[in-house]
Design a protein around this ligand. Sequence first.
Ligand SMILES: [Zn+2]
Length: 180
Amino acid sequence: MTDIAGAIARQRHYLSLWKRHADRDTIRQAWSIGYADPGSTAPFGDPPDPTDRHTATSLTRAVADTRWIHRGACLACPWEGEERARRDEAIEDAHDHTHPGWRDLAIFERSRTGKAGAVWARHVRAVYPDRWFEAGGPLRLYVDPPFDRHEPGAAPGGGFILYTARPKKPQPDGVQLLLV
Ligand SMILES: [Zn+2]
């Protein structure tokens, strides 16, 4: 099993365990592509095809009855990230591999619809690197916590939306005084 690396090879192995009716724990403890992440398949589906360009996804496996670990991975090459407790951290690692520099991009509020939305979209494209979305690059948006799921396929070119918790507004002094 040590010769298996990369999202495609691991998903292939995972699906072969299902086909061979391996026992439940063996299946749960094998790395597979995270639920609904790029390249994920139904247990009896076909393995995904490799992509032409580096494409971020996640791998996950059970390490105990209720605990799962995650790591970033790529659908074009055997790259894999460090093991992480949270899937979103793994997805962020994967973007360090597929779209270096994403952590320096501007973070936007979600667009409004209609005419204002079109202006917003033009603004985002003007601020982000040229042809960023055409290269499958992620869009960074603020969101109110709690949240725990970067959204695959939701950026303008089909890449991820990567969420960042909106900074909390400082409490007015009066409110803090009341709490003391
Ligand atoms: Zn890659």
